[in-house]
Design a protein around this ligand. Sequence first.
Ligand SMILES: [Zn+2]
Length: 110
Amino acid sequence: MMLLIGQGERIVPIGPPEPRHCPGCETVTDFQPRLRYKYGSLDLLFGFSYGKRYELACTRCEHGWILDTRLTERELGKVPIPFHLRFGLPVMLAVLAFLGAAAYAVRHPG
Ligand SMILES: [Zn+2]
């Protein structure tokens, strides 16, 4: 069995930019609300995410603020991370457990 193992970081915009005064640019710029998270994956089906962080960042200089996770998710009504990265690990463990049980049953019929 061959597994493709990958990892990376994703930044997902979670809403329209809003104008704010940026201390970095010293002017009013667009601030993008976004979700940043890291993920690891075993092939394309199974993975996991970690280091989830909501932030509001200046689109010019990246200066920004960290948003409250619970408050932001309540406003969004969902977590914008793909299903397989959110729940891939438990699914993978369940599949392995199932395969293990099936292999055991084949070797020990009855
Ligand atoms: Zn800025």
